[in-house]
Design a protein around this ligand. Structure first.
Ligand code: AMP
Length: 424
């Protein structure tokens, strides 16, 4: 039997309603904050990520799904959403009116080792805010992220916050880092030995125990921040505190992308185990320019949908009950089957969820199926009822029954449906 590829999963109808509700709520929240949905292709030119995310990052070096198409182009299934949004921002000249706000929702692909909460195809919700250099933009993005989780009912969260400074602060730090790591170069993992010249800051993000051992007693990047970066960071912290959003400074927080400047943050949820980051983001002041555009500072955030759903499951939070049919149509006999098939189709065309049998079955079997599918009502029509013009309508919750005229059956059921809707 052919199975879904390792690290991917099917979302079955029972789970789909949770996904839809979650996506719907995120869309609504973004709209309230003035963010418009931007849908980019699932694959992009490989160069976009090599330049955008950065060579020397784990994503570009080890995790991309890259292939050559039949025209000889190197394409990559998007591993993240920011670089594609920046590409679209430039391609469509969306920098005419700034600040500009966008959000996205969709699948991302990374060749990682699958485990609970870590997949090769996963889904992200993300926002990007362009053209706002001030610290309040960082606060807006972190606040939106925070509110998104809180509104879903997730409260046990921690925000980790750090500043990576600008190119200038980093140049001095990079030098110091190389000086300190030089005598311990042989202790680093093979990958990081390669990074030492190319991208030494990435070494701080290495998860291998070998490197972790060599990374002790290094100076913190925060002590190298220039006065402007220090002031920006201070104001971000003050803005968050003014809104009552708790954030904990974490000088070790680097994150896996090269494009970040100044603020970076990660949001972790209690009780998720090793993969406890439910979202993260930061400021990227140079990426638009690095990808060939004008200088447009930006800040963004991305959340893992699967991880949010895992937390909700842990909390026992159901965003939405599974859709059930409103009415089960139970025909007895061939003539009634066709009659109810027609009735059911008319109801479905009005948007009323109907369970419609496709074959003749015994009354007992049909009543059992009606119970199982959770319909609120069952309509029974046999040869007798067709002759008398009176069908039997059963309330599945109360167990009561009533007669209903077959001539007005569609109108009567539609009216019941509207009544139930207004009670909800
Ligand atoms: P990143 O794009 O790496 O900053 O990740 C943002 C968020 O996406 C993380 O905090 C996770 O919630 C989620 N995420 C990242 N990688 C994966 C993965 N392989 N599987 C599931 N979720 C992921």
């Amino acid at each position: 039997m052919i199975k879904a590829p390792r690290g991917t999963s099917d979302i079955l109808p029972a789970a789909s309603s949770q996904w839809q509700e979650l996506e719907g709520r995120l869309r609504k929240l973004c709209t309230a904050y003035g963010y418009g949905e931007l849908r980019t292709p699932i694959f992009e030119a490989t160069e976009l990520f090599a330049r955008g995310v950065g060579e020397g990052t784990d994503i570009v070096d080890k995790e991309m799904y890259t292939f050559t198409d039949r025209g000889g182009r190197s394409l990559t299934l998007r591993p993240e959403g920011t670089a594609p949004v920046v590409r679209a921002f430039l391609e469509h000249k969306l920098n005419q009116s700034l600040p500009a706000r966008f959000f996205y929702l969709g699948p991302m692909f990374r060749y990682e080792r699958p485990q609970a909460g870590r997949m090769r195809q996963f889904h992200q919700f993300g926002i990007e805010l362009f053209g706002a250099p001030g610290p309040l933009a960082d606060v807006e993005v972190i606040e939106l992220a925070w509110t998104a989780y809180r509104e879903l009912g997730i409260s046990d969260l921690e925000i980790k916050l750090n500043s990576l400074g600008c190119e200038e602060c980093r140049a001095a730090y990079r030098q110091e880092l190389k000086r300190r790591l030089a005598p311990r170069l042989s202790e680093l993992c093979g990958h990081c030995q390669g990074r030492y010249e190319r991208n030494p800051l990435r070494i701080l993000d290495c998860k291998s125990p070998q490197c972790q051992g060599a990374l002790t007693e290094l100076p913190e990047l925060s002590t190298y921040l220039c006065p402007e970066c220090k002031e920006h960071f201070q104001q971000v912290k003050e803005g968050l505190s003014a809104l009552g959003i708790p954030a904990v400074e974490d000088p070790q927080l680097v994150r896996g992308f090269d494009y970040y400047t100044r603020t970076v943050f990660e949001i972790v949820a209690e009780g998720l185990g090793a993969q406890d980051a439910v979202g993260g983001g930061g400021r990227y002041n140079n990426l638009v320019q690095d990808l060939g555009g004008p200088s447009v500072p930006a800040v963004g955030f991305a959340a893992g949908i699967e991880r949010i759903l895992l937390v909700l499951e842990k909390y026992g939070i159901k965003l939405k009950e599974e859709e059930k049919p409103f009415i089960y149509l139970a025909p007895l006999g061939k003539e009634a089957l066709l009659y109810l098939f027609k009735t059911g189709t008319q109801l479905r065309r009005q948007g009323i969820p109907v369970y419609l049998p496709l074959e003749e079955k015994s009354l007992k079997a049909q009543m059992k199926a009606a119970d199982r599918c959770g319909a609120s009502w069952t309509l029974i029509v046999g040869e007798e009822e067709l002759k008398s013009g009176q069908a039997l309508l059963k309330n599945m919750v109360l167990g009561s029954q009533q007669q209903i005229q077959t001539a007005k059956i569609v109108e009567a059921i539609a009216e019941l449906y509207r009544e139930e809707g207004s009670r909800k």
